[in-house]
Design a protein around this ligand. Structure first.
Ligand SMILES: [Zn+2]
Length: 334
């Protein structure tokens, strides 16, 4: 319950507050550096209590998708879902009363100058675990998913913003945000079955998952790539300046635990960028904005723009190393 104050006292107090309130300066929009204010604002919406944890296949997931679509539109990124829309609605089995029986993906595209060149795909998942009173943490039942995976959505949005401001790249780049990752990947499955370009035309997929917490196992402000040894993608990006190293937790099999896997099984060199340090907030209600490291996010997202531009402007075609491509058997991770 809120404390009661008579209006006669409150009114002058509010007037004072209004007089000293600071208007934030508009962010500097730089094509070569991530914008911390933009990153914070995406998180403050996507991971807010208002979105009720973006439950897979819920109305709240659709609101998150609509926000992401509106940001892409503001950056001048073209809609790339079938029918010329940003949002595609995919079937997803309803698993509780709040679920719609569908899930929402967002797909956008920045056209490159060489229309025949293979394309790059940058992805994240927009859903999380919703509200779960049975697993409330310190009385909080809203699973905000600020790190998992509002941070990845924020990274892809920031890369879209920077790319839209810079010189037009040679290769086109697609941005996809998948629904229902947490309940088995129905959004990514639909995308793989209905890709906006043939899958063999996708030169690589970088999935961004949980980049908002530092990992003590790697140097400060550094991200890691799952399945490092499976392809030559990570080493080439690091050579181009990305603060990117190999996944220091191979026993966790993270390569097999994100939406990149379905694309990898389909043949695309598809790996996940993360900085998850096995924190206890994982899949807990305190994965919230208060626990994010915005310095890490700003630096590491910014470090990706040069190597992403390299992937878009060079003829480099990442390839699986021998035995690196997963097969469809044993959950794709044989
Ligand atoms: Zn998760």
């Amino acid at each position: 319950m809120r404390r009661f104050l008579p209006v006669i006292i409150l009114a002058p107090a509010l007037a004072c507050l209004a007089a000293v309130a600071q208007t934030p300066a508009a962010p500097a929009l730089n094509p070569n550096a991530a914008c911390r204010q933009c990153i914070e604002s995406h998180e403050n919406f996507l991971a807010s209590d208002a979105l009720q944890g973006r439950g897979s296949g819920t109305q709240n997931e659709l609101i998150a998708a609509t926000y992401i679509a509106s940001q892409l539109e503001a950056y001048g990124i073209a809609p790339a879902a079938p029918g010329g829309a940003y949002i595609e609605i995919a079937p997803a089995p309803p698993t509780s009363a709040t679920r719609l029986g569908t899930t929402a993906n967002v797909v956008g595209m920045l056209q490159g100058s060489d229309a025949g060149a293979p394309v790059l795909l940058l992805t994240a998942h927009l859903d999380h675990l919703g509200v779960n009173p049975e697993h409330a943490y310190n009385g909080d039942a809203i699973f905000n998913g600020a790190d998992d995976d509002a941070s990845g959505c924020t990274a892809v949005l920031e890369l879209a913003r920077m790319l839209s401001l810079g010189e037009r790249p040679k290769r086109s780049v697609y941005f996809a945000f998948f629904g229902s990752e947490e309940t088995g990947g129905a959004g990514a499955k639909y995308f793989v079955e209905h890709p906006p370009v043939p899958l063999d035309h996708i030169v690589a997929n970088l999935e961004f998952e949980m980049i908002g917490w530092p990992d003590a196992a790697v140097p400060a402000h550094t991200l890691w790539l799952t399945g490092w040894q499976r392809s030559n993608l990570g080493s080439e990006m690091a050579r181009q300046g990305a603060k990117l190293v190999g996944d220091p937790h191979p026993a966790e099999h993270f390569f097999c635990r994100s939406d990149n896997l379905q694309l990898a099984i389909a043949g695309v060199v598809a790996q996940t960028v993360s900085s998850f340090g096995l924190q206890p907030m994982y899949h807990r209600a305190d994965d919230d904005v208060a626990h994010l490291d915005f310095g890490l996010m700003t630096d590491s997202i910014g470090s990706m723009i040069k190597p992403v531009r390299m992937l878009l402007n060079s003829k480099f075609v990442p390839a699986w190393n021998p035995g690196g491509r997963p097969s469809a058997g044993r959950g794709g991770c044989s």
